[in-house]
Design a binder for this molecule. Structure first.
Ligand code: CTP
Ligand code: MG
Length: 253
């Protein structure tokens, strides 16, 4: 680590990587999830729009389904670099990471499947990395009690809920930290910060946003549609507006 430009202070260049190459098997419906329509626009277009509206993001790289690279490039326009994703999410992120500009010092990784993410959350994560935190993730308290369950279906233990958090994206990293994390192989993780934790680098949390939920199951799509419809009514002809109420996403915690 250490060859990459360092992020601190003004002038840090921030890239956002968007893994969008998944098939969306849990959502179903045939079309790759990122291209599923949500309120008349593909989910990926909405996710990219939140990154464009960020004040800190300067480059956007999307990992698309390999057969749809041209289609996605047309859809998103010339300011977005589109590359072919891989078989697993880690493969898609690794490929996108190798496609960002050399002078980028901060990298955000943001799921295409979180189309209602507020731009303020994107900026809160990026700002925390620019301020000196090597890895930053948005988190929410969990509503359900979470149990660890064995393969036989029996409960092993119940971790105290107070200490548990649900993790969202965008997750933000110093470029050299994320590159070192993605050089690791065969670490079983379900988010980018998990790889960084495997390196022993501290990961900082910022408050997440309820609107940044991931569209995974059919019911999530219905919720997203309903939130957009409500926002459109509230905007009352003033154009698009924020989908939900407040985003308490300012301070690292
Ligand atoms: N993703 C990706 N490349 C893959 C798999 C996933 O870029 N090989 C992306 C998805 O497009 C999505 C994000 O990673 O934006 C989060 O993944 P998930 O919600 O699991 O989406 P899918 O893998 O598409 O859905 P499923 O697991 O239900 O098939
Ligand atoms: Mg998946």
């Amino acid at each position: 680590m250490g060859e990459s430009p360092q992020p601190r202070g003004r002038g840090a260049r921030v890239a956002a990587i968007v893994p969008a190459a998944g098939r969306g098997e849990r959502l179903g419906g045939g079309t790759p999830k990122a291209l599923r329509s949500l309120g008349g626009r593909p989910m990926l277009v909405r996710s990219v729009e939140a990154l464009r509206r960020s004040e800190l993001v300067t480059q956007i790289v999307v990992a698309a389904p390999p057969t749809l690279v041209e289609v996605v490039a047309q859809l998103l326009g010339r300011d977005v670099r589109v590359i072919a994703g891989g078989a697993e999410r880690v493969d898609s992120v690794r490929r996108a990471l190798s496609a960002i500009d050399e002078d980028i010092s901060v990298v955000l990784v943001h799921d295409a499947a979180r189309p209602l993410t507020p731009p303020a959350l994107v900026d809160a994560v990026a700002a925390a990395v620019i301020a000196g935190h090597p890895a930053v993730i948005p988190v929410l308290a969990v509503a359900d009690t979470i149990k660890e369950v064995g393969p036989d279906g029996r409960v092993i233990r119940t971790p105290p809920r107070d200490g548990l958090r649900a993790v969202q994206t965008p997750q933000g990293f110093r470029r050299d930290v994320l590159a070192a994390a993605y050089a690791l192989r065969d670490v079983p993780v379900t988010d980018d910060a998990g790889l960084v934790e495997a390196l022993g680098v501290p990961v900082t949390t910022v408050p997440g946003a309820h609107e940044a939920f991931k569209v995974t199951q059919p019911a999530d799509l219905i919720l997203a549609e309903a939130l957009l419809a409500r926002a459109a009514t509230a905007a009352d002809g003033r154009g698009e507006t924020e989908v939900c109420g407040t985003t308490d996403a300012r301070r690292p915690g």
